[in-house]
Design a protein around this ligand. Structure first.
Ligand code: ADP
Length: 603
């Protein structure tokens, strides 16, 4: 959806009314004062000349000019104040939209931000709010106010100039319009290449983020990857600069055309004025007034053209932001099932087919799976077999192309999305530990809403309590070094923290999606078994590509090419001479040879 300038200005004004109503007062003040101030500027010289030519006494001259000068100075001072305050609040508004964008990013349908298109769209939306006073929202407001001021001034000054010659007004407007078209062409070119710019920004942002991420600091040093990183960064900067230059060249050409057009415009106007005074059509004091009015009038028309151009650019940016904000989530079901309707937490995938993109291959191909209430099931298979995709579908992040997913006998699409997510506690592969306290990291809520005893219990169960208790601030210790001098945990300890988080949520279905991929196989096996002990009677899904880690499960589903190839307990699968047994033997052999890990011996 593309909004026009008026719609986007109104959108921003509605946001201001909600967040900073005082800003509306400042804006109105600025408009009124900006219109009044220059009028004094052109009337004072005419008045001075009239008074001198009429031989008024010096007291009267000083009094009249003094009062007018004072009012002008006062209105300019007030305008300056309104201007300063306004810029601060514009930045506040920009931050407000940044927060809104972030909240949308976190709350919108997962598929809208996981896809490549979704990420590019988000990148474009974010760039609207970058650049401080040059961000899309600030420029839009500044230009809209400028247009309002200049339009009002234009009307007032048209009245003055038209008494000289209406034709001059027409010529001024016509030539200004030509310069508007020139800049518009450059802007349209820039907008047409915005996607390309967003891709460079995304790549550069990634390189910068990774380059400064301390997690990779060791690898960067060990492998002397600095030079390679620099090359990568330089080549991206080079490509993005090439594009920026192409855009700038267009602005340069349009700037040159504008300058010539404006020279012509002002030349015509002043030539006419000089002709009028020398022909005796106007007096000297009128010449002063018209000269001031024409100079200001040309300025207003130029400003209107500039503001229109800026507004046009800002409008395109605003549309990028709003197109991300407006993205519709899949509609919720009309009369959703309540979670209380669930008698048990059995899970069933019934003939599910799924692909990420219509033209991409099928990830799940007529996939069937049944998990009984309280059952511990393992989804195993090589990387890329579709294990995580099953979890994404189960959590409702994506919808199957065909088939059904049922929990407790009800199709999951009959639940509200947020209700469905209440059913799961999960520990994923990517560890995310925000810089909150340990307690807040376990409860994933602010301290005042967290249950400290429950969090402690979960940390005891997950085996991390001893470590936390040894910290001076205990459970209130801040975490990570990103923002504060916080607690840093080892890989294994981080897993335990995430397990405590999953336990704290106390959801009926637990998912462990290879959170231990970064750990060694023995640590993974121990972690899974420990989790098995604390998972009690909850339905639990264990995902791994290391078959030895999930031997304890009630059922193991061996996945390949989006289907279950074999299913049964570890012992049953080992009795068959199938793919599972073959892969298990291979992995065991590898571990025996490579690590001497008797833990993994087949026997
Ligand atoms: P596993 O968890 O078994 O390693 P995944 O479920 O992550 O496998 O991936 C299954 C297949 O789907 C892989 O071929 C992977 O490349 C593809 N895939 C995963 N996520 C996406 C995505 N967001 N967009 C497109 N393809 C994806």
């Amino acid at each position: 959806m593309k909004y026009n300038i008026v719609q986007n200005v109104l959108f921003l004004l509605r946001g201001i009314k909600k967040e900073h109503p005082f800003l509306l007062v400042l804006i109105s003040m600025q408009i009124v004062l900006s219109v009044i101030s220059p009028i004094f500027g052109i009337y004072i010289p005419k008045l001075a000349l009239d008074l001198v030519l009429d031989q008024a006494d010096s007291r009267q001259i000083f009094l009249s000019l003094g009062v007018l000068g004072l009012i002008m100075a006062l209105s300019m001072a007030l305008r300056g104040m309104a201007d300063d305050g306004k810029y601060m609040l514009y930045n506040d508004m920009r931050r407000y939209y940044q927060t809104e964008l972030l909240l949308k990013f976190f709350s919108c349908d997962y598929k809208n931000v996981e896809s490549y298109e979704g990420q590019t769209k988000y990148q474009k939306a974010r760039s609207t709010l970058r650049g401080g006073d040059w961000s899309g929202t600030s420029v839009m407001l500044v230009s809209a106010i400028d247009i309002a001021v200049n339009t009002l001034c234009f009307i007032i000054y048209s009245g003055i100039v038209s008494t000289l010659s209406p034709l001059i007004i027409l010529i001024l407007i016509l030539l200004s319009f030509i310069s508007l078209l020139g800049t518009r062409h450059a802007q349209n070119y820039e907008h047409a290449h915005q996607d390309e710019e967003a891709v460079y920004e995304k790549k550069l942002g990634y390189v910068n983020r990774m380059g400064s991420d301390i997690q990779f600091g060791k690898d960067m040093r060990l492998y002397h990857a600095g030079g390679w990183f620099r090359e990568l960064r330089d080549s991206l900067i080079e490509e993005s600069t090439r594009l920026a230059n192409k855009i700038q060249n267009r602005y340069f050409v349009s700037g040159m055309i504008n300058a010539l057009v404006l020279l012509l415009r002002d030349g015509i106007a002043y030539a006419y004025l000089i002709y009028s005074v020398s022909a005796g059509n106007i007096t000297i004091s009128e010449f002063t007034l018209y000269f001031g009015a024409l100079t200001a009038f040309s300025g207003f028309v130029s400003n209107m053209v500039d503001s229109m151009n800026q507004l046009n650019g800002a409008n395109q940016q605003m549309n990028s932001m709003r197109s991300f904000m407006d993205q519709e989530d899949e509609p919720e079901i009309g009369s959703p099932k309540e979670l209380t309707d669930l008698k048990d937490y059995s899970i069933e995938f019934r003939d599910v087919c799924f692909s990420y993109q219509p033209d991409a291959g099928m990830v799940l191909n007529h996939f069937d799976l049944k998990i009984n209430p309280g059952e511990k099931i393992a989804l195993v298979g090589v990387n890329g077999a579709g294990k995580t995709t099953i979890v994404k579908l189960l959590c409702g992040f994506y919808k199957p192309d065909s088939g059904q997913i049922l929990i407790g006998g009800h199709d999951i699409c009959t639940f509200r999305k947020k209700d469905l997510l209440k059913l799961f506690s999960a520990v994923f592969q990517d560890i995310y530990i925000p810089p909150f306290t340990v307690l807040e990291n376990v409860s994933m809520q602010k301290k005042e809403f967290s249950d400290e005893n429950k969090a402690r219990e979960c940390l005891i169960k997950s085996g991390l309590w001893e470590k936390i208790a040894s910290c001076e601030a205990g459970i209130d210790a801040p975490m990570t070094r990103e923002i504060t001098e916080g607690l840093v945990l080892s890989g294994g300890q981080q897993q335990k923290l995430l397990m405590a988080r999953a336990l704290y949520k106390d959801a009926p279905i637990l998912i462990l999606d290879e959170p231990t991929a970064a750990l060694d196989p023995i640590a993974e096996s121990q972690t899974y078994e420990q989790f098995h002990k604390i998972a009690s009677d909850k339905t639990t899904i264990y995902i791994s590509h290391r078959l030895a880690s999930t031997r304890f499960c009630d059922k193991i589903a061996f996945l390949s090419n989006g289907r279950i190839m074999e299913e049964g307990t570890h012992e049953e699968l080992m009795l068959r001479s199938g793919a599972y047994r073959e892969m298990f033997a291979l992995q065991s052999k590898y571990y025996q040879n490579q690590e001497g890990g008797m833990e993994y011996a087949e026997s």
